[in-house]
Design a protein around this ligand. Structure first.
Ligand code: ZN
Ligand code: ZN
Length: 346
């Protein structure tokens, strides 16, 4: 099998460089990279022999496999482009080009879903850092500050605390913009009165955190002609989120967790405004398996780390999302992001 997805290579070997091809054969692993990474690969890579390729790492990996008499080699169909596959084929002798590469999907991704104890500890630390940053950023959430200023304050503190980078582009969405499920921070100013949604994560030792809290500036607006009130929506999302967390345990299905959260919003008459899935796996990447979505039959296993993040988005008015990251256990789950979810007025 030829592993070319960098997140998979990092997961399997520890290598953090930007160019690598990992050849796995008969229990042996050889990782190919280039001359920029000679020292780094030596320091980082565990469990694989390192070869510095003169030209292309992938071509060198193919050449070794052919030399060793390999007749069929798996590649990652989910993460290889058409052009990438052509380049890989071009590295083979002409007579092997047809049928030598065999498409596989999700082999390493499947391994990554269940976290071992070292990974669990790293994710606990990343999540704990996220929680501390949330507490610290609250003082920056003031009327008139821009979403960008809040995001910048958060990211600056994250880097000072040792985060390698953010897990994804920080979401800070104030007022009407909170109705955008993925409202990246803009130069828009935070309102005197209205919701502010913060969704962010840090990467610590290669592992991502992910959490969302929605706070309110000033007093909640009651419902009325425009529809349901701000506080009612918040409490419904919170109840849905807590129902989702309670439904998590090894042996249940991803779809059952989604339904636990979704059904609360259905009862509240708000499910049509919950326009995404309930959660996703997190690890060396921000989005991994399993997907916690409608009718997903995948069974949760102890050691999986997933998010529970229902939301309600009322276009032109406001939105609320609340997200925790949890570790699946035999009897339930451990919440890695225990920051308060109670209604917060700033
Ligand atoms: Zn998130
Ligand atoms: Zn998430």
């Amino acid at each position: 099998m030829l592993v070319t997805e960098l997140a998979d290579v990092r997961y399997l070997t520890g290598f953090t460089g930007s160019n690598a091809a990992l050849l796995l054969r008969n229990g042996r692993a050889v990782m190919f990279t280039d001359g920029r990474y000679t020292t780094q690969a030596e320091a980082e890579v565990e469990g694989a022999k390192v070869v510095i390729a003169e030209k292309s790492a992938v071509a060198a990996a193919c050449a070794l496999a052919v030399e060793q008499g390999v007749t069929r080699c798996g590649f990652d169909a989910a993460n290889t482009t058409v052009a990438g596959l052509e380049a890989m084929r071009a590295a083979l002798p002409a007579k092997l080009r047809k049928g030598w590469f065999v498409a596989t999907t999700g082999l390493v991704a499947g391994l990554r879903e269940v976290k071992d104890e070292i990974e669990q500890d790293r994710m606990r630390e990343a999540a704990a850092l996220g929680c501390r940053l949330f507490d610290q950023v609250l003082e920056h959430i003031v009327p008139g500050a821009t979403e960008m200023e809040v995001a910048l304050a958060l990211e600056y503190m994250a880097r000072l605390e040792g985060a390698e980078r953010m897990s994804f582009e920080t979401i800070v969405a104030g007022g009407e913009r909170s109705a955008l499920p993925h409202g990246r921070a803009t130069t828009a100013k935070l309102p005197k009165r209205g919701f502010v949604t913060l969704d962010f994560g840090v990467v610590l030792e290669g592992y991502c955190s992910d959490m969302t809290r929605t706070v309110h500036m000033g007093a909640a607006r009651r419902g009325g002609a425009a529809g349901v009130g701000e506080r009612e929506v918040y409490e419904a999302v919170l109840e849905a989120q807590e129902a989702g967390v309670r439904a998590v345990r090894a042996g249940t299905t991803a779809g059952a967790v989604d339904e636990a959260a979704r059904s609360v919003l259905r009862t509240a008459g708000l499910d049509e405004f919950f326009t995404h899935s309930t959660g996703h796996g997190v690890g060396v990447e921000i989005h991994e398996g399993p997907r916690l979505a409608k009718e997903q039959t995948q069974v949760l296993k102890a050691g999986m780390i997933v998010t529970i993040e229902p939301g309600v988005y009322l276009p032109g008015r406001f939105g609320v999302r609340i997200e925790d990251t949890v570790l699946v256990t035999a009897t339930g789950c451990e919440v890695l992001t225990p920051t308060t979810k109670a209604w917060m007025e700033l």
